[in-house]
Write a protein that binds this ligand. Structure first.
Ligand code: NDP
Length: 241
């Protein structure tokens, strides 16, 4: 069991009611932190976490959620921007609306959330930002022009933030999961899942907790000198990019 974080911190995870976000929340809880998660409905987070309603495409709902979290747990010290969606379609069939919707949730949603927690991190002269991207952001994937664009954009955010705020005790990193066993991948046709499994050197999809461990490490004191990094958790799928 590793936990290099010495004091309980106020942690916010967007999209923490299921899948990878929930697993990340459970891992922070296991380490003794004060954990808040968002979901659009405001229900469904893990036991021990504060679950608040927030839609990352709606700035007002994020403002209200962050106020609630700060009242309960204090200023947010660790942000995990995890909320994300897919809307796959080959480019010729992809509508402008589909492209914009995916970008608005996955990329602009992360921007909106980071912007709303960064002031208190700057005041505290410390903070941890972890953006959940995807192997697809750098590797590409047919039918995911919208999703790949949103996920590679997160790397730009982390690296620009690192240059802006690196001297203030704030780190910003990206975790790039490969195929993880969640509702998002269970929705893929069985045949496609098998094709992906064959392409992954590890030969399997990951358990969400394998992503969560990388996130808690990046949030720890031990990771103070890691910033602007892209950490793959993909069984070797994206190796070399
Ligand atoms: P799930 O579909 O299981 O969960 C997605 C989460 O995002 C839910 O908690 C959902 O909450 C939340 N969410 C979606 N839209 C919004 C929104 N507009 N505002 C607030 N919350 C929202 O996905 P995963 O757990 O599989 O994925 C989590 C992250 O990991 C995503 O960013 C995804 O792109 C990324 N990822 C996943 C991989 C995988 O193989 N599963 C691989 C690589 C990256 P609710 O709908 O209840 O509001």
């Amino acid at each position: 069991m590793t936990d290099a974080i010495t004091e309980p911190r106020s942690v916010l995870i967007t999209g923490g009611n299921r899948g990878i976000g929930r697993s990340i929340a459970e891992e922070f809880l296991r380490c003794g932190h004060k954990v808040a998660v968002t979901s659009r409905s405001g229900v469904g987070g893990p036991e021990g976490a504060l679950t608040v309603a927030a839609d990352v495409t709606d700035g007002d709902s994020l403002d209200a959620a962050i106020r609630t979290v700060e009242q309960a747990h204090g200023p947010i010290e660790v942000l995990v921007a995890n909320a994300g969606i897919t809307d796959d379609q080959l480019l010729l069939r992809m509508s402008d609306d589909s492209f914009e919707k995916v970008l608005d949730t996955n990329l602009t949603g992360a921007f909106r959330t980071v912007k709303r927690v960064i002031k208190s991190m700057m005041r505290a002269k410390k903070g941890r930002i972890v953006l959940i991207s995807s192997v697809v952001g750098l590797y590409g994937s047919p039918g995911q022009v919208n999703y790949a664009a949103s996920k590679s954009g997160l790397i730009g955010i982390a690296r620009a933030l690192t240059r802006e705020l690196g001297s203030r005790g704030i780190t910003a990193n990206v975790v790039a999961p490969g195929y993880i066993d969640t509702e998002m991948t269970q929705a893929l046709p069985e045949e496609l899942q098998d094709t992906y499994r064959k392409a992954i050197p590890a030969g399997r999809f990951a358990d969400p907790v394998e992503v969560a461990k990388a996130v808690t490490f990046l949030a720890s004191d031990d990771a103070a000198y890691i910033s602007g990094a892209v950490i793959p958790v993909d069984g070797g799928l994206g190796m070399g990019h």
